[in-house]
Design a binder for this molecule. Structure first.
Ligand code: MG
Ligand code: MG
Length: 261
C-alpha cells in the first residue's frame, strides 16, 4: 500500500534526509587510503547521534552497522569492518539512514579513494548522472516505469548494466515502503506518480554484467564477475507535480570540491 504524505510529513522527511546528506559529507572527509570501513561507520554513528537522531540501519533486520559500506565489486549492503582497509584506486559506496522525529532519511554516494582508473571514474559519473536522469523523469501523471527507463537507457547507452534484484523504494515513517522503484523498465508502466509520493531512487550500476550474488555473510551483495559497481541514492517527494529533493549531495560536493561530476 502506497502511503502519500502530507505537507507536514514531507517537512519531517526533509529534515531526516538533510541529516543524511550532512552525515555523508562528514564521512567523505575521512575517506582516504588506510582508513577502515568500521572507522567510517563510527564517524557516522556519532555524527547522527549528535543531531539527536538515530542510525536507521543499525539493527534493521539485524544489520550490525550504521552505514552500508560496499567496496569495489560489492554492490550494496556491505558490513563495516575493522578488516576492510581502503586503498588507493578503490571505490566505496556509503549508504546511510537516519531516523529523526519519526521519519526516515536514506541516501547513498559512491566515492573514489585516491586515484581511480578512467573506466571506473566513468562508471561513477554515469551512475551519479543517471540518478538525476531518473529524478528528471518524475512528473505527476507519469509512471515509475518512466523513471526506471530513463536510468536504464542512460546507463546502457554508456556500456554499463543495471542491477535488477535490488531497487529503490517508498519511504516515510518506515525506511522501505511501497512502491518499489526499479532502475529499469518500460515507459508508461508501473505505479502512478502523484503529489505526496515519497521515494528513494537508487541506481546500482555495474561495470560488467548485471549479474550479482550474495556474499557469505548473508548481507553483502556483489557482482558475479567481480567487476566494480556503483550506487547513488537520493530521496524525493512529489510536490506540485514535480520532484522536490529531500536528501542532497550538496554537503558532499562541498567536501569533494566542485566539478567532480
Ligand atoms: Mg540507502
Ligand atoms: Mg534506499
Amino acid at each position: 500500500m502506497i502511503v502519500l504524505k502530507t505537507a507536514e510529513e514531507i517537512e519531517k522527511l526533509y529534515a531526516a534526509n538533510q541529516l543524511v546528506g550532512r552525515t555523508l559529507a562528514e564521512v567523505a572527509k575521512h575517506i582516504k587510503p588506510g582508513v577502515t570501513t568500521k572507522a567510517l561507520d563510527r564517524i557516522a554513528h556519532d555524527f547522527i547521534g549528535d543531531y539527536g537522531a538515530t542510525p536507521a540501519f543499525l539493527g534493521y533486520e539485524g544489520f550490525p552497522g550504521s552505514l552500508c559500506t560496499s567496496v569495489n565489486e560489492q554492490v550494496v549492503h556491505g558490513i563495516p569492518s575493522d578488516k576492510v582497509i581502503l586503498k588507493d584506486g578503490d571505490i566505496i559506496s556509503v549508504d546511510c539512514g537516519t531516523k529523526l522525529d519519526g521519519f526516515t532519511g536514506d541516501s547513498a554516494f559512491t566515492f573514489p579513494v585516491g586515484e581511480v582508473t578512467e573506466e571506473v571514474r566513468n562508471l561513477l559519473n554515469t551512475t551519479h548522472n543517471s540518478l538525476y536522469e531518473g529524478i528528471g523523469a518524475v512528473q505527476a501523471g507519469r509512471r515509475l516505469g518512466d523513471v526506471g527507463h530513463a536510468i536504464q537507457t542512460y546507463c546502457e547507452a554508456r556500456g554499463f548494466s543495471v542491477v535488477r534484484e535490488f531497487v529503490g523504494h517508498g519511504i516515510g515513517r518506515d525506511m522501505h515502503e511501497d512502491p518499489q522503484v526499479p532502475n529499469y523498465g518500460r515507459p508508461g508502466t508501473g505505479s502512478l506518480i502523484q503529489d505526496g509520493l515519497c521515494i528513494c531512487i537508487e541506481p546500482m550500476i555495474n561495470l560488467g554484467s548485471k549479474n550479482i550474488s550474495m556474499g557469505k555473510d548473508g548481507w553483502t551483495v556483489q557482482t558475479k564477475d567481480g567487476k566494480p559497481s556503483a550506487h547513488f541514492e537520493l530521496c524525493i517527494a512529489v510536490v506540485n507535480g514535480k520532484a522536490r529533493l529531500m536528501s542532497t549531495f550538496d554537503f558532499v560536493y562541498d567536501v569533494l570540491g566542485k566539478n567532480q561530476f
